[in-house]
Ligand binder design. Structure first.
Ligand code: NAG
Ligand code: NAG
Ligand code: NAG
Ligand code: NAG
Ligand code: NAG
Ligand code: NAG
Ligand code: NAG
Ligand code: NAG
Ligand code: NAG
Ligand code: NAG
Ligand code: NAG
Length: 443
């Protein structure tokens, strides 16, 4: 579809969505959201999406921009993590066209040919439902069948598995998107110099990717008032999906608080090296307060216990330190901690308040000396009200509704919505240049 038509289409779509919203319930909303909406908390029940306009910047890549009425969007919540960069949870998907896009998995995922998501014999509905976007059931299909190469709208390559580049180059046609998919940090990525002008889109944890994905395979957290959650509840009923969410309270009860006796903070570390100097950091912090290391580089957790759970029950803070300090690189060290009644202390090259409110974690970056960090931890540990305030954001979230490959829902949407051609000139440079740092341990 050419651009003009596309734009007209969206103006119409936006207007219909607004009307729809006003006329019906808020199950029927259209949300287009940009990648970089700031996090703020929600303290309003005003309709959020009744007055949206879409602006499309043709010169750069951000063709889906929302220019909201400021007063309303200042009160938006980070409604879903790992989040969809294009939030269109629209019940009436006929509005995005009645075509279906074909996604071809161009190679394997660590040797698994179907990545666990394109299982032969499954219908597109089953595939999209397992990815938690049943509303895209007949809008995309995912295949591993290389005979359908020319038919594919996108060919996704996992950069840790082998790629037949020559064959791909010969077979590709100009309308197709080749997608660069990667979950590891740059130090664990092979050289990419042979891929100049090979890829069209990126699918990584970097916030500036076309499809934002996450390293984390556990549970996403979803704001209960978010359109995504409301949509999923609706889908659950209309499609009889039998969805389950995790209702466990991830905040500490009084009983748990009383149990936290082993110390102030602990870390769970399996890889004793890493460029972030996290062990050196912890050793320095130990000079001021009591910190323990569990895992391969330290103490063992009691047998038959989940180590992270054990730490959460016995300590106040968990040191969620990444082993590489690379742009936006954030792993289960952080995300998994959120599923437990413990406060994460973070060390990483990420703006963590993109993921959760800044009231929910302690960022070592904000402390210029070790002693001020130590004092802050000690004070928070001794002040129950202060300590509990780190958890207050969790009361509005449910956990679940996520699959490691759920970002394929975004890929599907983007294939429908982003008609702008794009060629990535030098992916090696994008991925490697100035993206990682070596850590400084504060004095
Ligand atoms: C981090 O993100 C928050 C919310 O999006 C923003 O307010 C803040 O300025 C960012 N911080 C930095 C250092 O970029
Ligand atoms: C949420 O909003 C309320 C009211 O505006 C404010 O008092 C509170 O500090 C905010 N919390 C966060 C996490 O921003
Ligand atoms: C939408 O925003 C415009 C400009 O801010 C305003 O004039 C108009 O009244 C708003 N419409 C609705 C339905 O809120
Ligand atoms: C692309 O354009 C949008 C809208 O004008 C702007 O907000 C964004 O920062 C730009 N992105 C880049 C990478 O230049
Ligand atoms: C669109 O993006 C380009 C490149 O980032 C930027 O220079 C330009 O100002 C943007 N246009 C608008 C209208 O924001
Ligand atoms: C969806 O939108 C189309 C086009 O606007 C309309 O004809 C159709 O009735 C709508 N379907 C539902 C279920 O609302
Ligand atoms: C999709 O819409 C077009 C134009 O409205 C129509 O000709 C076509 O039959 C539709 N296809 C399907 C599968 O519904
Ligand atoms: C949901 O549960 C009902 C009743 O147990 C069953 O009939 C139905 O097939 C289930 N649906 C799915 C999608 O598994
Ligand atoms: C989904 O629907 C089933 C059957 O109606 C219900 O038991 C379940 O609680 C629902 N899931 C959610 C998350 O509401
Ligand atoms: C921690 O705080 C408690 C209570 O405020 C205080 O008694 C103690 O001396 C502090 N310990 C350290 C190591 O600062
Ligand atoms: C994708 O990249 C290839 C190779 O650079 C290019 O020929 C093609 O036009 C691009 N396709 C799109 C849709 O951007």
């Amino acid at each position: 579809m050419e651009y003009q038509k596309y734009f007209k289409y969206f103006s119409l779509l936006t207007i219909s969505a607004c009307l729809f919203y006003l006329l019906f319930t808020n199950h029927y909303v259209l949300i287009l959201d940009s990648l970089r909406l700031p996090f703020t908390n929600q303290s309003t029940t005003k309709p959020l999406f009744s007055n949206i306009t879409l602006t499309i910047n043709q010169t750069n890549d951000s063709i889906l921009e929302l220019s909201p009425r400021k007063t309303e969007f200042q009160n938006r919540v980070s409604d879903y993590y790992p989040r969809l960069p294009i939030h269109i949870f629209n019940q009436n998907v006929s509005l995005i066209g009645n075509t279906s896009k074909l996604i071809l998995l161009g190679n394997g995922f660590f040797g698994s040919r179907d990545w666990g998501i394109a299982v032969p014999g499954r219908s597109s509905t089953q595939k999209m439902t397992s990815l938690f976007c049943p509303f895209l059931s007949d809008r995309c299909d995912i295949t591993t069948d290389l005979d359908r190469f020319t038919e594919a709208d996108a060919v996704v390559y996992h950069m840790r598995d082998s790629i037949d580049q020559n064959r791909a180059t010969q077979k590709r046609h100009p309308k197709q998107r080749f997608v660069f998919a990667l979950w590891e940090s740059p130090p664990h990525t092979p050289n990419l110099q042979s891929y100049n002008q090979f890829f069209n889109w990126t699918m990584t944890f970097r916030f500036d990717s076309h499809i934002l994905t996450s390293y984390y395979s556990g549970n996403a957290y979803v704001h209960t008032s978010s359109p995504f959650y409301q949509t999923m509840l609706h889908e659950n009923i209309t499609r009889k999906l039998n969805l389950t969410t995790i209702t466990k309270d991830h905040r500490p009860s009084d009983t748990i608080l009383e149990k936290k006796k082993l110390g102030i903070a602990a870390a769970l570390i399996s890889n004793c090296g890493g460029s972030s100097k996290r062990i050196a950091f912890i050793n320095e912090l130990k000079r001021y307060i009591d910190v323990k290391i569990y895992g391969r580089c330290g103490l063992s957790c009691p047998s038959n216990t989940n180590c992270r759970e054990f730490i959460a029950e016995n300590y106040y803070f968990i040191l969620s330190f990444e082993n590489s300090l690379c742009q936006d690189y954030t792993t289960e060290k952080f995300f998994a901690a959120l599923e437990h009644p413990i406060v994460p202390i973070v060390l990483g090259l990420t703006n963590y308040s993109y993921f959760i409110p800044s009231s929910g974690f302690i960022d070592t970056n904000q402390f210029s000396t070790m002693i001020t960090l130590a004092r802050h931890l000690n004070e928070s540990r001794h002040n129950k009200e202060k300590y509990l305030s780190y958890f207050s954001w969790k009361k509005d979230y449910v956990w679940g509704l996520h699959n490691f490959f759920s970002p394929f829902c975004d890929l599907c949407l983007r294939l429908h919505l982003d008609s702008k051609p794009n060629v990535i000139d030098n992916i090696h440079k994008w991925w490697f240049d100035n993206t990682c740092q070596t850590a400084q341990v504060p004095p």
